[in-house]
Write a protein that binds this ligand. Sequence first.
Ligand SMILES: *[C@@H]1O[C@H](CO)[C@@H](O)[C@H](O)[C@H]1NC(C)=O
Ligand SMILES: *[C@@H]1O[C@H](CO)[C@@H](O)[C@H](O)[C@H]1NC(C)=O
Ligand SMILES: *[C@@H]1O[C@H](CO)[C@@H](O)[C@H](O)[C@H]1NC(C)=O
Ligand SMILES: *[C@@H]1O[C@H](CO)[C@@H](O)[C@H](O)[C@H]1NC(C)=O
Ligand SMILES: *[C@@H]1O[C@H](CO)[C@@H](O)[C@H](O)[C@H]1NC(C)=O
Ligand SMILES: *[C@@H]1O[C@H](CO)[C@@H](O)[C@H](O)[C@H]1NC(C)=O
Ligand SMILES: [Ca+2]
Ligand SMILES: [Ca+2]
Length: 644
Amino acid sequence: TMRGYSRYGTAVGFMVLLNALLIFATQATEGVLTDHLLVQLHEDAQNEAHQVATQHGLQSARKLPFGDGLFHFYPQETSKRRSKRSTRIKQSLQKDRRVKKVFEQEGFSRQKRGYRNINDIEVNMSDPLFTKQWYLINTGQADGTPGLDLNVAEAWALGYTGKGVTIAIMDDGIDYLHPDLASNYNADASYDFSSNDPFPFPRYTDDWFNSSHGTRCAGEVSAAANNNICGVGVAYNSKVAGIRMLDQPFMTDIIEASSISHMPQDIDIYSASWGPTDDGKTVDGPRELTLQAMADGVNKGRGGKGSIYVWASGDGGSYDDCNCDGYASSMWTISINSAINDGRTALYDESCSSTLASTFSNGRKRNPEAGVATTDLYGNCTLRHSGTSAAAPEAAGVFALALEANPNLTWRDMQHLSVLTSKRNQLHDEVHQWRRNGVGLEFNHLFGYGVLDAGGMVKMANEWKTVPERFHCVAGSIQEAHKFQSGNKLVLAITTEACQGKDNFVRYLEHVQAVVTVNATRRGDLNINMTSPMGTKSILLSRRPRDDDSKVGFDKWPFMTTHTWGEDPRGTWVLEVGFRGDQPQRGVLKEWTLMLHGTQSAPYIDQIVRDYQSKLAMSKKEELEEELDEAVERSLKSLMSKNN
Ligand SMILES: *[C@@H]1O[C@H](CO)[C@@H](O)[C@H](O)[C@H]1NC(C)=O
Ligand SMILES: *[C@@H]1O[C@H](CO)[C@@H](O)[C@H](O)[C@H]1NC(C)=O
Ligand SMILES: *[C@@H]1O[C@H](CO)[C@@H](O)[C@H](O)[C@H]1NC(C)=O
Ligand SMILES: *[C@@H]1O[C@H](CO)[C@@H](O)[C@H](O)[C@H]1NC(C)=O
Ligand SMILES: *[C@@H]1O[C@H](CO)[C@@H](O)[C@H](O)[C@H]1NC(C)=O
Ligand SMILES: *[C@@H]1O[C@H](CO)[C@@H](O)[C@H](O)[C@H]1NC(C)=O
Ligand SMILES: [Ca+2]
Ligand SMILES: [Ca+2]
């Protein structure tokens, strides 16, 4: 074993150790010699190492911190194997009077831990559009960034394809006769609330809009695999239900509530790619019945584990703020944003502190194949699905894989898993930095905790222990009117014990809501930030240049942040309310109530213990490696001293 090496100590000569290492190396890998040389120089030549190296055709020399007079002589260019030239260099070095000894360096293989080579997992699909579905496996097609994908291949390789899970697409219907959808269609769980019948087939509407939206979303989740038709769904063995509810002249609370509460014991996941108008001046959310339906869903759906509501964060671009959309910003929905295939934001992406994670879509003029490939109306396929509309169903598909891996997951477990396993990957937001919150979780104001990682998620889901009970604490409330104006922002503080000592003590945060009542001469110029006791700043509201409301303001509006996830809420929270924009504005804040939601006992204690154990194993490994290094160093020294 490796530990044994240290016992050789200085007593054993270098050659013994070298032999042992060589045996070890030949057993472990096929070592090859490289152009790199270990050179020992005579004492009086040690200041000339660089000259010696260059005179023999090498690039330079680097003094090694161990051994006496040892240098790393390295070549101009690194090729994998030793070149013929290198043999000559070695011979000429050996003849140089300044050089005491020359050793060749062996090259062997070391893999980055936790790094998945995207070509390692072989996925063989006959579906013609499969290779165009870069969001499933991104090999760089359509000018994309290789590896920037949902990592579904790993989840599939582990055997998770969505079996036994039903996802409902709440949209404009599904072409359930589509040959790529028919076999996965769950007719029993489907309904048409636009026409009040059990057949949510897309129909022509008054404005002749051809309703392909739902069909495209359904294909992303549940298109069948290996049938030579279109592409492959993220969860290609899951069932998809159609809930047609967008195709009537106007929406009603009854239709929304009915859709959201449709068959909650049969439908596991509801995907919604709609919301209030993304015109940058609307502040709207679920009405009374729909709120009740959502609350019932998370509390009673799926046998009490809770319906999973997946929401597109919105298509209003930088002019809108998804915290003004009460569906996306609800704690009960998982709000999903989108990245394009090279990791940039889509132009229509809205940012806000309530977004949990991201998937992929298309949203800049690029390669025509950079769109989302999926099923289309009338049995067709398309390469051009886009919008955050396209992002939410991908997330629904990933969650279906996680539910297959562990059907016990609650609606909150799914959010915890998303926070813990989503990745920054190569996402980049030109406006907002990636930051770490008080417990070290990395997030971004637009992408949330990053791109969903299906492989990571199913692996963690597999061993997941349901998170502890959730508590709610009103941390404090300021209810006097406070005036503020341009150039003179309002700063308020609430210091809280987070209900410590009471039954509803919240020690580990999940969601935080700031319920705010504020009016202003121009609502769109308002911006609100909130900083947690652990120092995490959430941008609760950004400027919305198109919103010129001067009457309504925000009335007990629950701005939500996910950015303080896992933090200890005890201490002082600071709210900053100000104006941005060209014209001077005035406003009055009438209420700020701080609501904390989370657990009393540590969530995922088992996960943490496991992490700790694996870290322990790592540190032992490093210790071993250090011991080995030391042994090599000692042996080298002893060899050198003998040669002196
Ligand atoms: C992929 O599938 C095709 C068609 O079924 C088959 O001919 C081929 O051998 C498969 N390739 C691999 C590597 O499994
Ligand atoms: C919808 O389909 C009808 C019939 O195929 C066609 O005439 C019409 O132009 C389409 N409308 C749109 C908006 O694509
Ligand atoms: C759909 O497919 C039919 C034939 O199957 C074709 O005639 C039609 O143009 C396609 N429609 C669209 C919108 O691509
Ligand atoms: C789900 O819960 C049941 C009952 O508590 C338990 O027996 C089962 O092992 C759990 N399954 C997983 C995958 O955790
Ligand atoms: C805001 O509310 C205060 C107090 O109710 C009122 O005096 C003021 O006129 C309102 N301002 C606007 C811009 O509506
Ligand atoms: C809120 O934070 C943003 C981003 O750091 C900053 O630009 C803005 O001025 C802040 N607004 C207030 C009212 O503090
Ligand atoms: Ca297919
Ligand atoms: Ca919006």
